[in-house]
Design a protein around this ligand. Structure first.
Ligand code: ZN
Length: 210
């Protein structure tokens, strides 16, 4: 069954942790406190596991990892996932060779099968890319773009309603700052009352003299 490389890399990390948990359950060589390093050359897989929200398409792998971490903790083993470069490391190259050898033995399957999780991930990635491209090229709401240039991230609004309103107005160039008031024709000058510069967001938040 076809899948995406991210799913394969994360599944490999989950498998490594499960095997380690199995090993530590039976070995008599274990110290009271152990540290297990799981090494991967896939930064995207590591980031995906670290930011659990990015793993939403791979529920079963994430729950495998969570369970393995829980089992390891119960055995006094702390698991650490680390990145390594993908060349020049003996065991990593051994893994690559074993993967290639294993692939030779896989029977030829059609190109029309894909895992459900990989399918969801690929579609979601494609939609996010299209959304980002439209946001990058859109001629409108460029002020908001200056503050929030990446799509797909949940906007965190302040809990207090009036602060949240100010925040939204700031994103839309429609605050009580003089630069915005001047743009709307409500005041004669953009200059701040402190006479130290234009009363814009940068001046308001960063200029100590104001
Ligand atoms: Zn000022």
């Amino acid at each position: 069954m076809l899948t995406c490389s991210l799913e394969v890399e994360t599944a490999a990390i989950a498998l490594a942790m499960e095997r380690a948990a199995h090993y530590y359950s039976f070995t008599t060589m274990k110290k009271e406190h152990e540290k297990l390093f799981v090494l991967s050359d896939s930064k995207s897989a590591i980031n995906c596991i670290r930011q659990r929200s990015a793993m939403r398409h791979f529920h079963s792998i994430l729950s495998q990892i969570r369970l393995a971490v829980h089992t390891l903790q119960g055995l006094g083993v702390k698991a650490v996932i680390s990145w390594i470069p993908n060349s020049g490391i003996y065991w990593n190259e051994q893994v690559d060779e074993m993967t290639k050898a294993a692939l030779q033995q896989v029977p030829d399957i059609g190109n029309n099968v894909i895992t459900f999780a990989a399918c969801k991930y690929i579609i979601s990635k494609q939609i996010t890319c299209t959304w980002q491209r439209r946001w990058d090229r859109s001629p409108t709401v460029r002020t908001t773009y200056e503050y929030v240039s990446s799509v797909g991230k949940r906007t965190m609004f302040p809990a207090r309603r009036c602060t949240a309103l100010s925040y939204s107005r700031l994103l839309l160039n429609d605050s009580s700052l003089r630069i915005h008031q001047h743009h709307a024709g409500l005041v004669d000058t953009k200059e701040c009352e402190c006479s130290q510069g234009v009363d814009d967001a940068f001046h308001y938040f960063t200029d100590a003299s104001c």
